[in-house]
Design a protein around this ligand. Structure first.
Ligand SMILES: [Ca+2]
Length: 211
């Protein structure tokens, strides 16, 4: 089994490789068109950048890729994730994620869900919910991710008897529950529809970036 030191060293080496590759990508992107001078055509240059981007992706995967993300963000499977510790309404959470360079997380796979849940546990306090980028505010019952993708109708992500568009004990929330949050129940995380004005933690998602 590797020691922590060995793991760190390996990671440093891989991160250095990623840094070199990133600078190559940056360089390629900054080379002016030299088709007229007999150099790379725009088309070749584009292909070269695509190839280098793919290489960068591989290096990001190998080195766990936090170097491909903004400071404090964590890399997973081609994207970056951020786990702030403060609590906000769904809309304010989304605004904060956008201001930080991303948006609320779209939980597009069980692997991503597992990654997010493992990472967010230490950051969640009090009542354990965190906002995700899923809402039925536009049309009741039509749950869509913030990129417009409908939530699969066969999704097993909802907790039992959710979503219920609850309106409160005395109907004090006539608008019902239109924003989705994830919470731990027993040993798994599930989706709940909640009042959009509730204040919870959040997970932001962003594209990787070339530094
Ligand atoms: Ca609803």
């Amino acid at each position: 089994m590797r020691t922590d030191l060995e793991r760190n060293e390996r990671r440093d080496v891989e991160a250095a490789g990623a840094a070199v590759m990133l600078s190559v990508v940056q360089h390629a992107a900054s080379v002016p068109s030299c088709a007229a001078a007999g150099g790379l055509s725009d088309h070749d240059k584009e292909n070269e950048i695509k190839k280098l981007e793919a290489e960068k992706q591989k290096l990001c995967e190998k080195s766990m890729g936090d170097d491909c993300c903004a400071r404090g963000w964590k890399y997973f499977s081609g994207k970056c994730y951020y786990f702030p510790t403060d609590k906000k309404t769904w809309t304010a959470s989304r605004d904060a994620c956008v201001a930080a360079g991303g948006d609320l997380v779209i939980v597009s796979s069980t692997e991503l869900q597992d990654f997010v849940n493992r990472r967010i546990l230490p950051f969640i306090t009090g009542y354990h919910y965190y906002w995700v980028g899923l809402t039925d505010a536009v049309k009741e019952g039509d749950w869509r991710w913030i990129d417009g993708t409908p939530l699969s109708t066969t999704s097993r992500m909802w907790s039992s008897d959710q979503p219920d568009n609850w309106k409160g004990e005395r109907g004090e929330h006539p608008e019902g529950e239109d924003c989705a949050a994830m919470a731990l129940r027993s040993t798994s995380y599930f989706l709940f529809d909640k009042f959009c004005d509730d204040r919870f933690n959040r997970v932001c998602e962003a594209k990787t970036q070339i530094k």
